[in-house]
Design a protein around this ligand. Structure first.
Ligand code: DQA
Length: 150
C-alpha cells in the first residue's frame, strides 16, 4: 500500500484561528479529518505531522525515508522562505514531494516570493485553501501508479 507523509510547519496547528482571510476557517483537526477521509478513498496510508520547530521537520522528512514513504506533502509555513535545511532534507531523501500553500503566496508580500524547498519538489500548489492538500495527494497517487505500470 502506498504511504504518504503529510508534514505541516509552524503555526499550521493554528488553522481556523490564524488570519482566516488567508487561511480560511478549517481547523488543523478538521484538515486532518479531511486528509484521513481522502486517504481512505484513495486507498493509501497517511502519516500526518505538524511542528513549529525546523529541526523536528527535518527529522520527520528523514523518518519518511527510513519508513519507506512513497510521497511527501509538505507545507513548510514560514520556513518555506528561510530554510535551506528543509530543502536539503527533501533533496537527501529523494522522495517525490509536493509543496502546498493554503494562501495565494504569489499575491502576498515580497518576502513570501522565495521558496527554498520548491526546487526539490515535483509540484507546488498555492491558493486552493485546504483542498490543496488533497490535490497534492491525488498528484502523488497518480504519479505513483503511473510508475508502477511502467
Ligand atoms: C503558508 C504561506 C506562508 O508564507 C506562511 O508563512 C504560512 C502559511 C500557506 O499555507 O499559505 O505559515 O505556507
Amino acid at each position: 500500500m502506498m504511504k504518504l507523509y503529510i508534514i505541516n510547519g509552524p503555526n499550521l496547528n493554528f488553522l481556523g484561528i490564524r488570519e482566516p482571510q488567508h487561511y480560511g476557517n478549517t481547523t488543523y483537526e478538521g484538515l486532518l479529518d479531511m486528509i484521513r477521509a481522502h486517504a481512505e478513498e484513495l486507498g493509501v496510508l497517511v502519516e500526518c505531522y505538524q511542528s513549529n520547530h525546523e529541526g523536528d521537520l527535518v527529522d520527520k522528512i528523514q523518518e519518511a525515508y527510513l519508513q519507506k514513504a512513497d510521497g511527501i506533502v509538505i507545507n513548510p509555513g514560514a520556513y518555506t522562505h528561510t530554510s535551506i535545511a528543509l530543502l536539503d532534507a527533501v533533496k537527501s531523501v529523494g522522495i517525490p514531494t509536493v509543496e502546498v500553500h493554503i494562501s495565494k503566496v504569489e499575491e502576498r508580500e515580497d518576502f513570501r516570493q522565495i521558496s527554498y524547498i520548491r526546487t526539490a519538489c515535483q509540484k507546488t500548489i498555492t491558493g486552493q485553501g485546504v483542498a490543496g492538500y488533497l490535490q497534492a495527494m491525488d498528484f502523488l497517487c497518480e504519479s505513483f501508479s503511473k510508475g508502477e505500470k511502467q
